[in-house]
Design a protein around this ligand. Structure first.
Ligand SMILES: [Zn+2]
Ligand SMILES: [Zn+2]
Length: 135
């Protein structure tokens, strides 16, 4: 997992742009239903930062409560989902790997919520797999 010291990303339409000035301290695939529904994809791929390592260059994502403690952020113009925050861990901010301009620079370290992985999706890597959240 490597990342240039300065890297940028944003939503599909460009209304939201950000810069990260650090390598994410972790990254994962999430197979939970909420990631499937909200991203419109079969699996979410996320990278974790400390909040102060993410600088919004334009507007910030619009957030909604996807569960009691979780706020998911998206672009109000194009609907791209970009961010994830857990209110119980306010120092952290999670961004979608695919929102990076160069998403190949980050790869997930493990899979979580594989209990809800789609049956026709085959995981061919050797990364650790957790049936629920990693604890
Ligand atoms: Zn957008
Ligand atoms: Zn998830």
């Amino acid at each position: 997992m490597t990342l240039k010291l300065t890297n940028q990303g944003g939503c599909l339409c460009g209304a939201i742009r950000y810069q990260v000035d650090a390598t994410p301290f972790d990254a994962d695939y999430c197979h939970c239903h909420q990631c499937q529904k909200s991203t419109g994809s079969v699996v979410g791929a996320w990278m974790d930062f400390k909040g102060e390592q993410v600088k919004w260059l334009t507007q910030q994502p619009k957030e909604y409560a996807s569960s009691e403690h979780v706020r998911r952020g998206f672009c109000q113009e194009c609907g791209s989902q970009i961010s994830f925050r857990d209110l119980r861990y306010p120092e952290y901010l999670t961004l979608s790997i695919s929102s990076l301009d160069e998403p190949n620079t980050i790869s997930p370290n493990y899979h979580i919520y594989t209990d809800s992985k789609l049956s026709w999706l085959t995981i061919s890597d050797e990364l650790p797999k957790y049936s629920k959240n990693r604890s």
